[in-house]
Design a protein around this ligand. Sequence first.
Ligand code: SAH
Ligand code: SF4
Ligand code: F3S
Length: 453
Amino acid sequence: MSENSAPTPPKKVHVKTWGCQMNVYDSERMTGLLKPLGYAPTEIAEEADLVILNTCHIREKAAEKLYSELGRLKKHGRNADAKIAVAGCVAQAEGAEIRARAPQVDLVFGPQSYHRLPEMIARAAREKGEVLETEFEAEEKFDALGQSREAEGYTAFVTVQEGCDKFCTFCVVPYTRGAEISRSTDDITAEVRSLAAQGVREVTMLGQNVNAWHGAAPAGSGADDWGLGQLCRHIARIDGIERIRFTTSHPRDMDDELIAAFGEEEKLMPYLHLPVQSGSDRILKAMNRGHTAEDYLRQIEAVRAARPDIAISGDMIVGFPGEDDKAFEETMALVREVNYASCFSFKYSRRPGTPGATMPKQIAEEIKSARLLELQALLEDQKQTFNAGLVGKTLPVLFEKKGRSPGQLSGRSPYLQGVFAEGPESLIGQIVPVLITGTHPNSLSGQLVREAA
Ligand code: SAH
Ligand code: SF4
Ligand code: F3S
């Protein structure tokens, strides 16, 4: 590496990340941006010269976690000169409030400004902590981040799309991440190529509405504009890339090309995260989702026709304003019909500034809790049934690292479950056939299959 040219003294940065995978990606890119400035990552907040808290604003508890972490940092002491930065979606939504409530914070910047981090750090040093950057300049950010970066391990996230124009009435994302924007085909291709050259085997393309991605087709390909289906096929041709995933999709942006890709592109993994939020058309309308329960079910049907073994995943909200017993029952009925391999579920959380927060007929906390419990019992049952159905099957597993016990390897199935098996470390980074022998609450266990001589 070329680090010997930097005369700057070694410094340490501690990054703590909450929220979605896009924040995980952003945190990795921030760490990368700080490397040339002499910052090495550390797991220990107390020894860092710079602490970055990369925050999430999606539900109430998410923002509370920021303030309790700030309190903890204050109490446990830190490097006397250490700077504290608050990044991410809480920074975007509540920048001024953070500064008022936590004066120890030096830098506050939103998800579209972090590419200017080196410049902001210099400014904070000069101006003694008055840096607040919450502009929406996603395009500038994509350009500034460039096309290559250091890989860590055999799987990687690549942000291909940001922002959201859909304005579901419960959701803060359109306000914290700004308008929908797609990263260019060339930049994505170059980033994936650079990751593949460093040994990455699996890429997960990220976006708040990843299937709204569209971009210019490369010159000479005969098409004008590409959607995510074509992008998947394109990425699949990059040497070294064996597995492709994407998340999160929106039902309104599922097109035939993407559905067909599940059936035709072997490297596109059989796993689709397609949130629906509710099974009641009345609630879907109040949520401004722009589709009905039936539309969603037909899409699932089409995806399963293209790829029968596909694992379907989703997100559900219980207790949205106006959700009565009948509406909740419709959610349960939809879940029974879909039969999820895995699904996240949440109690509706009133977010200031969103239309849902001021709607009449807010639901009492006890009712939300009871509904969540009932829904989660059903979802857990479906997940265990899906997992149990894999016992006795041989699945290709990409081993990513050592497992918890000695001699054990840890990897992922095509359906995204964690898989553990005994095997030599030399298999890390490889895709290997594994006979699934057992299921556990959050993973599968298996045995390496000996190749027939
Ligand atoms: N863009 C994605 C979701 C992004 S947020 C989509 O449209 O599907 C991730 C999940 O958090 C959502 O799918 C939703 O289930 C949940 N969520 C968002 N806002 C919420 C709120 N106010 N209360 C409870 N759950 C919420
Ligand atoms: Fe939020 Fe809806 Fe946009 Fe998803 S589609 S990010 S839930 S507003
Ligand atoms: Fe949270 Fe922002 Fe992601 S609100 S879920 S970190 S887009």
